[in-house]
Design a protein around this ligand. Structure first.
Ligand SMILES: NC(=O)c1ccc[n+]([C@@H]2O[C@H](COP(=O)([O-])OP(=O)(O)OC[C@H]3O[C@@H](n4cnc5c(N)ncnc54)[C@H](O)[C@@H]3O)[C@@H](O)[C@H]2O)c1
Ligand SMILES: CC(C)[C@H](C(=O)O)[C@@H](O)C(=O)O
Ligand SMILES: [Mg+2]
Length: 348
């Protein structure tokens, strides 16, 4: 398997080193390649997703992605901003299905932003559509009739886009506890009404899955009131982005949530849900566990290597059960020490 490592910006390179340690410890028959992406690529080559990087991504079986984003480039033209790299990869590779699992690790109940008895029940999967919505609709700024500046981003979903993500979500629910909650804003948005109608149509193919619907404002509330009620949540690009960051604090830290971005093929991109964390970059304190868990998802979904994925996940669970904590979880272990602890648990 050919894996492309795109470390990116901020804490991206720091946490990527730890994932590479884990990969080395597993001694799998993989070939690794690297390329610049994000602000690092913009600084070196004038574009956040240079053609060489995109070509390498297309040729890879899987991509392990750190994070992009650099405050130095927050004011460059939008199409050259570091974040365009990840958006470009999602679009160019047809990565429409973003799986973001959030599960309470044993021993972390007191680290949740929620009460331990509420948090301990969390075992959910957010299936976020990744190729549509306001992210990819027509956007711009214009001048209104009365001379004001106006920004706009068109929210749109075609029925085919909804149908294909709905199938992914229903199949995921079949492999879990058989419950799917579709989150939308159908009381206000036409986009969401079509979303809901199509999800209901697709449900006919999955009589073994119990489908429910929830407005996104209520979903945000229910996620902190009683997160244990959720099994699989399917939602659009923007709502999924927001709800997944929220879910991360319900299980203790954004430094724990991994993700898989999947296409129609076995090719996928795997990344933590967090960003480049400029506020802690370069200090060696970033939590590498989301990155390491993203590697596990890579091996499972693109590598077909369930055994290695389970080994990594068990090692991470062991490390957390043993009390290893970085600053994000109220502890003192640095990025490298946490990576070393996972490797030790793998070998132990
Ligand atoms: N997929 C991506 O590459 C991605 C995702 C989200 C944000 N971003 C970009 O990252 C930059 C920073 O964005 P932001 O600050 O809104 O979000 P962020 O996720 O980078 O950071 C939010 C907060 O969480 C903390 N945090 C994040 N990851 C952590 C980790 N592994 N360990 C410990 N603490 C961690 C940060 O220190 C910060 O306080 C922006 O340029 C943004 O566009 C990129
Ligand atoms: C960096 C940004 C474009 C990205 C998104 O909004 O999808 C990030 O927040 C994420 O969650 O991966
Ligand atoms: Mg996000």
């Amino acid at each position: 398997m050919k894996i492309l490592l795109l470390a990116g910006d901020g804490i991206g390179p720091e946490i990527m080193v730890e994932a590479e340690k884990v990969l080395t410890a597993l001694a799998l028959p993989v070939t690794l390649d690297r390329a610049l992406v994000g602000g690092a690529a913009y600084a070196a080559a004038g574009h956040p997703l240079p053609p060489e990087t995109l070509a390498k991504a297309k040729a890879a079986d899987a991509i392990l992605f750190g994070a992009v984003g650099d405050p130095r480039f927050d004011n460059v033209e939008r199409h050259l901003r570091p974040e365009q790299a990840i958006l470009g990869l999602r679009a160019e590779l047809g990565l429409f299905a973003n799986l973001r699992p959030a599960k309470m690790f044993a021993g972390l109940e007191d680290s949740s932003a929620l009460r331990p008895e509420v948090a301990s029940a969390i075992d959910l999967l957010i299936v976020r559509e990744l190729n549509g919505d306001v992210y990819f609709g027509e956007k711009g700024t214009r001048t209104t009739a009365d001379g004001q500046r106006e920004g706009y981003d068109i929210m749109a979903y075609s029925e085919n886009e909804v149908r294909r993500i709905a199938h992914v979500a229903f199949r995921a629910a079949q492999g879990r506890r058989g419950r799917l909650c579709s989150v939308d804003k159908a009381n206000v948005l036409e986009t969401s009404q079509l979303w809901r109608d199509v999800v209901i149509e697709v449900a006919a193919d999955y009589p073994d899955v119990t489908l429910s619907h929830m407005y996104v404002d209520n979903a945000a509330m229910q996620l902190v009131r009683n997160p244990g009620q959720f099994d699989v949540v399917v939602t659009g690009n923007l709502f999924g982005d927001i709800l997944s960051d929220q879910a991360s604090m319900c299980v203790g830290s954004i430094g724990l949530l991994a993700s898989a971005s999947l296409s129609e093929s076995t090719q996928g991109l795997y990344e933590p849900i967090h960003g480049s964390a400029p506020d802690i970059a370069g200090q060696g304190v970033a939590n590498p566990l989301a990155m390491i868990l993203s590697l596990a998802m890579l091996l499972r979904h693109s590598g077909g290597d369930e055994a290695s994925a389970v080994r990594i996940e068990a090692a991470v669970a062991q490390v957390l059960a043993d009390g290893c904590r970085g600053a994000d979880l109220g502890g003192h272990m640095g990025t490298a020490a946490l990576g070393d602890a996972v490797v030790a648990a793998l070998n132990g």
